[in-house]
Design a protein around this ligand. Structure first.
Ligand code: FAD
Length: 397
């Protein structure tokens, strides 16, 4: 508890709003909408993340928060609370095959940086901030199974009602992620454009534990560490407990084979990622591969994001992207901020606010999706390039 959103904007006409999805973007959007005075029901498929010990559903443990995401959190009065737990990441450190390391700062003076934040903590903080507003109700274990966006009638499966329970809302906000059901309800509407791209690579998360004395085993701690190896790539982001979350990106088939035969994974690391293997430890690596299941990566583009003044999709539901630009959550948070500004501008004219959102947001969202896809090749192939990073910035650390 204890996280309070800042002062609310001028109240408009009170609407009954359903936010579908209580992930990062849905929880923040619930805060924004409630601060406008609307009656917000948030429906989340999973159990309350604050009551579950792990966030272990193939979701990343930590992610990077950038300027765009922070601006949205600031407008909701939540930036300070989030930043209090964020770890600065000032640049990228590339580990070459021969063991040499090359650093590049994100900003010349190292002052402007991104922050590594824990997904579970952030989701918890946002849900608590929403819950503390008197006009928000959180409904967990509610899985949207069908939506009639013309009437605002939503049907959810719950443990008590597997046959489905219906609720209605004047405005439906779909923040239900890359496989959005709200978006699925838009698919059959005339003029709705939808494209999904699946990439060959999947990912698996591993961990570098802290040293026995509690210090970090990998230095420097304020860098994103990358081991580009052509067809695969390893990335490490710091956690608050001095451990590192390490993500291996590799072709899905190959990852599955390694999970089926973890000893092959150890061999792969010995050959290509020996320094990382020392930090993770061979027994832990084998264990993680044996217990792991690779997660697939996909990109989604669609247009428009709204249905009249009745429904809107935001976050991954509207523009899922491959994670190589570290901007998916940030773009989703920015959606919340833009929508809030448009609601300020158009007041009770929701139809115009939502139409404008689709119009201005779509080209920007698709540009970030494209940049993320571009970085997919760029990052893996850093190794193949005799790039300026290696020539200029080799500092032999
Ligand atoms: P989600 O986080 O997917 O949340 C959707 C929620 O809706 C979930 O809680 C889900 O349970 C719920 N839901 C789904 N279906 C239903 C239903 N039918 N009914 C009710 N509820 C439902 N972004 C960054 O900005 N920085 C990073 O560093 C970064 N790193 C990443 C690394 C990886 C490996 C990956 C895969 C992604 C990364 N991202 C990053 C992207 C980021 O994770 C997403 O953009 C972000 O989680 C999107 O939030 P969301 O709330 O829109 O969707």
């Amino acid at each position: 508890g204890g996280v309070r959103a800042g002062p609310a904007p001028a109240p408009a006409k009170r609407l009954k709003v359903a936010v579908v999805g209580g992930g990062l973007v849905g929880a923040l959007e619930a805060v924004f909408l409630a601060r406008r005075g609307h009656l917000v029901d948030l429906y989340e498929y999973r159990d309350d993340v604050r009551r579950t010990p792990h966030l272990n559903r193939g979701r990343t443990i930590n992610l990077t928060l950038s300027h765009r995401g922070r601006a949205a959190l600031r407008a909701a009065g939540l930036e300070a609370a989030v930043m209090a737990r964020g770890l600065p990441v000032r640049g990228r450190l590339v580990h070459a095959r021969d063991g040499t390391r090359a650093r590049s700062l994100y900003h010349p003076d190292g002052q402007q940086c991104i922050y590594s934040v824990n997904r579970k903590n952030l989701n918890e903080l946002l849900l608590t901030a929403a819950e503390e507003l008197p006009n928000v109700r959180l409904h967990f274990n509610h899985k949207l199974v069908s939506a009639d966006l013309d009437s605002g009638r939503l049907t959810f499966q719950t443990p008590l009602c597997p046959e489905g329970v219906s609720h209605s809302a004047a405005l439906v906000v779909g923040a239900d992620g890359a496989h959005s059901r709200v978006r699925a309800a838009m698919l059959r509407r005339p003029g709705f454009d939808f494209r999904q791209s699946n990439i060959e690579h999947a990912y698996l998360e591993l961990r570098i534990p802290p040293n026995p004395d509690g210090s970090s085993a990998l230095e420097p701690v304020d860098f994103l560490h990358v081991w580009p190896r052509g067809s695969f790539m390893l990335m490490a982001l710091p956690n608050g407990d001095a451990s590192w979350t390490v993500t291996l990106f590799a072709p899905d088939e190959r990852l599955r084979r390694l999970c089926a035969e973890p000893v092959l994974a150890v061999r792969l690391f010995q050959t290509h990622l020996d320094d990382a293997l020392h930090l993770i430890g061979a027994p832990a690596l084998e264990r993680d591969f044996a217990a792991g299941r690779p997660s697939l990566l996909l990109g989604v583009k669609c247009n428009p994001y709204h249905v009249e003044g009745k429904a809107i999709i935001i976050g991954d539901a509207a523009h899922a992207m491959v994670p190589f630009y570290g901007q998916g959550m940030n773009a989703g948070f920015e959606d919340c901020l833009l929508l809030d500004r448009l609601m300020n501008h158009y007041g009770d004219d929701l139809q115009s606010a939502l139409a404008e959102f689709s119009l201005v947001r779509n080209p920007d969202a698709e540009a970030i999706c494209d940049l993320a896809m571009y970085n997919y090749t760029e990052m893996r192939e850093l190794v193949a390039k005799k790039s300026y990073h290696f020539r200029k910035k080799l500092d032999g650390m």
